[in-house]
Design a binder for this molecule. Sequence first.
Ligand code: SF4
Length: 370
Amino acid sequence: MNTQTPKHKIKHPFTENLLQWAKENPRHLPWKDTNDPYKIWLSEIILQQTRVAQGRPYYEKFAATYPTVENLANAPEDEVMRMWEGLGYYSRARNMHAAAKYIAGELKGKFPNTHKEILQLKGVGPYTAAAIASFAFELPHAVVDGNVYRVLARRFGIETPIDSTEGKKEFALLAEELLDREKPSVYNQAIMDFGSTHCTPANPSCTDCPLQENCVAHHKGLISKLPLKSKKLKRTTRYFHYFMLQLPNDTFLLQKRIGKGIWRNLYQFPLIEAAQLLDFEALTQTEEWQQLFANQEVVLKKSSKTYKHQLTHQTIFLQFFELQLKEKPSTLLDCIEVKAADFDSYAFPRVMNLFLEDRANQESGQLEMF
Ligand code: SF4
């Protein structure tokens, strides 16, 4: 009886083909040239729900400004949020900052080096933990993200919805089975690159695909159908009326968003949210207006066009009203008074920056926005 363990476990043809494809299609990205877990973690958090082209400059900026986890931990939260501005899903930045503090403090700066411990970091889910564990420590954990779901669902013709408990289990098991346990980092990177550049959601490159011969979706005409989802995304529509309130000392009122909703900890102008878009006249008749300004004299200077901002679950319509006040309303005592020239020091939601850019252009005569 042969008791010798084979040196190389036989790989699934899928894995062989994928690794060959990766060899022929190398993708150079700054976080691929390091095995520093901190930098890898940084890149993974930035790339969650973000395209590589959009995330890359942010990664470079964060890695240069905070070269170590201690640097990030010691940075003021407002500064971190300001650096994150424009990337969206701000809870990522808050969790990342909290995790950096935890690593720098509790773990004395030593990045956790097991899958289980990495998973305990704030903002790190199973996908990110597997990515960090494999890229930084070569631990055999398979990543399963949107790209992986798509590639596996199509190649193996899996019609179990990816957002069902059953589907999650099925895909996770298959991913683990296909993982190259000798080079998990290379395999994980390969399947993600393949999904994001080759087997793309629309118009995948099937004609020159190394998996085409065995691709079930290709043979059965299921490409546009897979992967399947059971739930349709529920979208809500919201209407924000922002007030750019100017005080006699030439400052404007800004408030920090608190609570659990979108844009938490970013700064914004005070606002009234309504069930529909209201014109100025209608706004002044609302209960919220009466509460906000009581009997204050308010002079409307300008109103903006309507902006539409699309988030994953929400469509937000926004309008900005520039108002002159004689004094700070007692209901807005928590607001800070900031000169327009100092707005750059505060992290705003992206759509507010768009409005401010339009306003600056309009003031310099380039645009007729108002
Ligand atoms: S043949 Fe087309 S659908 Fe199938 S894996 Fe290749 S690119 Fe994706």
